[in-house]
Write a protein of this length. Structure first.
Ligand code: ADP
Length: 480
């Protein structure tokens, strides 16, 4: 077994591709949802932190202003203690009374090392101070304040003073990191589960396709009896299976027909050949009179003429089959073709004392192939004459119904038994084999008629009553 090619086939398989697409799309959705979730969690954490910064700054000022005589140092220490769990860094920046662009003094909590909690006055003045959100900044400060950035607020209070509060983002970042780890693990788990589940479902859905492939492989020209189990499926796969089964049925029928046909051909060709051979063998056994030679030669000549006719008809049939569609698309005058055929059959009819009439309303142009149409009409009229008794009548008429031309050939002949009607167009089918010598039928005439009509998209209807007569109706397709 070639494992290399099996592996390649696996990667090219539809279930692999579908699973891959499924994973890519699902992965994309999970990543997008994760980013959105992460971002909104981060925003809400920062909003909470900012509210806390504002609260601490406000509280610091309230503590200082509500108690007379309280120094700023004491107020800062008290607030720090109150919000201990947040470990806030608070400092008060006093600006010079006259020139407010300069710092006079910075008072800060003990948790801040001297000069380590920075304050940038230019940033403060550049910000639009009407919105408190604009006064919240991130500071990446030196090592003294730890490895995490600080989020700070600059809160203007009475006098030219600013309360600055900072909280480390350590907790926020740790929370975010934890969330990230959980999300990555959950996302990966979800993807794994979903891709296993998805692959299972896809494989299950495609399983019947495998059985179609297997059955198709098992089917050979010699055994077309196999069918695929469709079960109760009503979906696309069910439709595929039905279509496939229908196709095999049609194939089986046509292969059967071809086999039957080639059997029939061999048989039909063999019979006259056997007769010719037998007669010659008998003739050669001893010396014969010239009469006897004449008789046998005449009979073998008849048989070979018969053989020639079979071969001619078969060749004609296969030539029609090989014709391209455009060959049937030339403009032809159907009325002229009819006249020509009727004229050519008049002598035969007269010899048999049969009246051959033609009724035509108007010139009729159709799309078709002249020689084939001539042959079709000839065969039907020829049958009508051959299967009629002397004194009978054959009537050919061309008419139009709602613009669609139709041709009727009616005789007062022997008629066709009802049970034979479905078979008369089959190759080599003759109703009465015993009468074959009188009528000279090969059973190929109507096969040619049917083949020509099919090529033109025309429909043939036959009505017949035994000993009363037969009528052939050819409906041509709408030319418009
Ligand atoms: P054949 O060469 O024997 O006439 P066809 O294929 O032309 O073969 O016709 C098939 C059979 O249909 C004939 O054997 C004949 O019995 C029957 N048939 C065809 N046309 C007529 C008709 N107009 N009247 C009676 N029987 C007919």
């Amino acid at each position: 077994m070639d494992f290399g090619s099996m592996k390649i086939r696996k990667f090219r398989s539809l279930s692999f591709k579908l699973t891959l697409w499924y994973i890519v799309i699902l992965g994309g959705i999970i990543v997008l949802a994760g980013i959105f979730q992460y971002q909104s969690f981060k925003d809400s954490l920062l909003d909470e932190l900012d509210a806390k910064l504002l609260e601490i700054a406000d509280e610091t000022y309230e503590t200082w202003s509500s108690k007379r005589g309280m120094s700023w140092e004491e107020a800062l220490q008290e607030t720090t203690g109150k919000f201990q769990s947040y470990r806030p860094l608070i400092q008060l920046v006093k600006l010079q009374e006259k020139e407010r662009k300069k710092i006079e003094e910075v008072i800060h909590t003990t948790s801040i090392k001297e000069g380590s909690f920075l304050f940038d006055l230019r940033t403060y003045y550049r910000a639009d101070r009407s919105d408190i959100d604009n006064l919240i900044f991130l500071i990446h400060s030196e090592e003294e304040l730890g490895a995490y950035p600080l989020r700070t607020i600059l809160f203007p209070v009475r006098g030219p003073n600013i309360v600055q509060v900072g909280i480390s983002l350590e907790n926020t970042e740790l929370d975010l990191r934890r969330l990230m780890i959980i999300m990555v693990l959950a996302g990966a788990g979800l993807m794994l589960l979903a891709s296993l589940g998805g692959n299972f479902i896809i494989r299950k859905a495609l399983k019947p396709v495998k059985s179609v492939v297997q059955t198709a492989k098992d089917i050979t020209a010699d055994d077309l009896s196999l069918r695929i189990e469709a079960g109760q499926r009503q979906d696309e796969i069910g439709e595929l299976v039905d279509t496939f089964n229908d196709m095999i049925s049609r194939l089986e029928k046509s292969v059967k027909k071809i086999k039957q046909f080639s059997g029939d051909v061999s048989h039909e060709l063999r019979t006259p050949l056997t007769i010719i051979r037998g007669e010659i063998e008998v003739l050669l056994r001893k010396e014969r009179s010239s009469d006897e030679y004449q008789k046998t030669l005449k009979s073998t000549l008849e048989e070979s003429a018969y053989l020639e006719r079979i071969i001619d008809d078969l060749l004609f049939l296969s030539r029609i089959e090989a014709l391209e569609k455009k060959e049937f698309d030339k403009s032809v005058q159907l009325d002229e073709i009819l006249l020509k055929v009727v004229e050519s059959q008049e002598l035969t009819a007269k010899k048999k004392n049969i009246t051959l009439d033609i009724k035509m309303a108007e010139p009729t142009e159709i799309k078709g192939e002249e020689i084939l149409l001539e042959r079709m009409v000839t065969n039907i009229i020829d049958n009508a004459i051959r299967y009629s008794q002397p004194g009978g009548k054959v009537e050919v008429s061309l008419d139009k119904k709602e613009g669609i031309p139709f041709l009727r050939i009616q005789d007062t002949g022997i008629g066709i038994p009802e049970e034979s009607l479905p078979s008369i167009f089959d190759r080599f089918y003759v109703v009465d084999k015993s009468r074959f010598k009188e009528t000279g039928g090969l059973g190929l005439g109507l096969s040619i008629v049917k083949q020509v009509a099919d090529g033109h998209g025309a429909k043939i209807e036959v009505e017949s009553e035994l000993n009363k007569g037969t009528s052939f109706l050819v409906r041509f397709p709408d030319v418009k």
